[in-house]
Design a protein around this ligand. Structure first.
Ligand code: ADP
Ligand code: MG
Ligand code: ZN
Length: 472
């Protein structure tokens, strides 16, 4: 399926981010570390919504929300206020969600991403705080379920809902925006994306001449991209046939890769928002200076610094900063060995090998990569062997020197290479003649034979030069 911006694609995202690095929930003292606990063990009268229980605002949650706002270039509201958003669902025992309405904590921000054609600025409309509901667990598949269980451990977790303007123009840009947002949130240390349900996305999309639909509750960035691709195709087909795209809420079925209709869209007034009488309005703006001081170096700034401090390429810097732990790892390695060579090996090779194995950089030790880069610089091992060392480190552990020795990866001495070349040239007169008669590939064949004899421990470029010199 193909599409282009002549279709007038507009995409706006609403992203629910769990501030899961906080110690306690939004309005009570329950611990947020419930992910490996049995159901309903991190609960209290407040987050169970028992009558008479009174909420208390978690100051750290407010500050985390403000930090996110500042990192997204938002304005901080003069005075913020919580509202009750009224609706009933079993995962919400109070019958309302404490959220924010007309005084969101931050608004009017912007984030630049790499768009389909150059830099694209996505405007952030607002970000507001709210509490997470509990979690419903259906017994078996949702349509055949015999019953539903409820776990309130998640109930009352601090959430930040970030809402963009419809400035995104393609599914790929939506994914890039989400990746960038996650990156920023991890730098701020307010968010751990590895925990289940840490980020949930509602994606709104419309095409020229049609109404918009909202795809609810997508749990991965890739899922958002796929759901949007499907929705473009669906809406395009409707419009082409002269039918209308109705404003509705849709569900993305990850397994089938399709969106299905859930309900016609609810309206704001359906929720009967009113100010939460149990919580005072908060004057927060005077904390801005203090929080600005506390902001860490963010991805874009880190990228620029790595480029100028270590003279590495834009591409390498980008790959390194897209993961804070890898960026930190890199800087430790770069403090001991040639930073450019370190960048190449960490950004181009190590990162790919980690991704392939679904591992994080924690699987790797700084000293091993320092040793490896040192050996590469000193010409003691070939690039090919270095890759083998990295793979072995990740697959079977051990340390760099051990692996190099055990596998006999130390590059062969010059005289051994010379000897191997002698042997190969002696054994392959035909290939030599072919080469002399203009058949270039024969040289590759000869180099290959030498590599085979030295079990890949010679430098193929050098072997090539030696052979070419001998038989010209
Ligand atoms: P709602 O009442 O559904 O929350 P909003 O106007 O607040 O509606 O917008 C919610 C999201 O929908 C925002 O991210 C916004 O950018 C996006 N959006 C609004 N209009 C469109 C549109 N025509 N096409 C795509 N997305 C849109
Ligand atoms: Mg909405
Ligand atoms: Zn609680």
């Amino acid at each position: 399926m193909s599409y282009s911006n002549t279709d007038g694609i507009m995409i706006g995202l609403e992203i629910h981010v769990q501030l899961n690095r906080l110690k306690t929930k939004m309005f009570c003292g329950c611990s947020t570390q419930y992910h490996s606990s049995p159901p309903n063990t991190h609960v209290c009268p407040v987050c169970l919504g028992l009558p008479g229980a009174l909420p208390v605002i978690n100051q750290k949650a407010v500050e985390s929300a403000m930090k996110v706002g500042l990192a997204l270039n938002c304005e901080i509201v003069e005075q913020t206020q919580f509202h009750r958003k009224n609706y009933y669902y079993p995962d919400l025992p109070k019958g309302y969600q404490v959220s924010q309405f007309d005084y969101p904590i931050v608004s009017n921000g912007k984030v630049a991403i790499e768009g389909e054609d150059g830099e694209l600025v996505i405007r952030i409309r607002r970000a507001h705080m709210e509490e997470d509901p509990g979690k419903l667990i259906h017994m078996g598949s949702i349509d055949k379920s015999k019953g539903t269980l409820i776990d309130y451990n998640r109930s009352g977790m601090a959430l930040l809902e970030i809402v963009t303007e419809p400035d995104i123009r393609s599914p790929k840009e939506a994914r890039r925006f989400l990746d960038k947002l996650r990156n920023i949130l991890e730098y701020l240390d307010v968010f751990d994306s590895d925990l289940e349900g840490a980020m949930r996305v509602d994606a709104n999309i419309s095409l020229q001449g049609g109404d918009r639909t909202e795809i609810k509750n997508i749990s991965s960035h890739k899922g958002a991209e796929r759901a949007l691709l499907y929705e473009i195709m669906r809406q395009k087909n409707l419009l082409r046939r002269g039918e209308i795209v109705t404003m509705e809420t849709r569900h993305f079925d990850e397994a089938r890769g399709v969106t299905t209709s859930m309900r016609s869209k609810e309206e704001e007034h359906d929720y009967r928002y009113f100010p939460e009488p149990d919580l005072v309005p908060l004057r927060v703006k005077d904390r801005t200076e203090k929080l600005l001081q506390e902001l860490p170096e963010l991805p874009d700034a880190k990228k620029e610094r790595l480029i100028s401090q270590y003279s590495i390429s834009d591409m390498h810097a980008k790959a390194l900063v897209s993961n804070l732990k890898i960026a930190n790892f890199y800087e430790e390695v770069a403090s001991e060995v040639n930073p450019k060579v370190a960048a190449t090996w960490i950004a181009d090779v190590l990162k790919g090998e980690l991704n392939y194995r679904d591992l994080t950089i924690d699987a790797c030790k700084v000293e091993d990569i320092v040793q490896l880069v040192t050996m590469i610089m000193e010409n003691k091992i070939t690039d090919r062997s270095a890759v083998e060392v990295i793979r072995t480190l990740l697959d079977s552990g051990g340390n760099c020197m051990e692996i190099v020795e055990k596998k006999g990866l130390v590059k062969v001495e010059d005289n051994v290479v010379e000897q191997a070349v002698d042997d190969v040239l002696g054994e392959n007169k035909n290939a030599i003649n072919d080469y002399l008669n203009g058949k270039e590939q024969s040289l590759n064949f000869l180099v290959g034979q030498v590599m085979k004899k030295t079990r890949g421990r010679a430098d193929p470029m050098i072997v090539r030069d030696i052979i070419a010199n001998r038989i010209k």
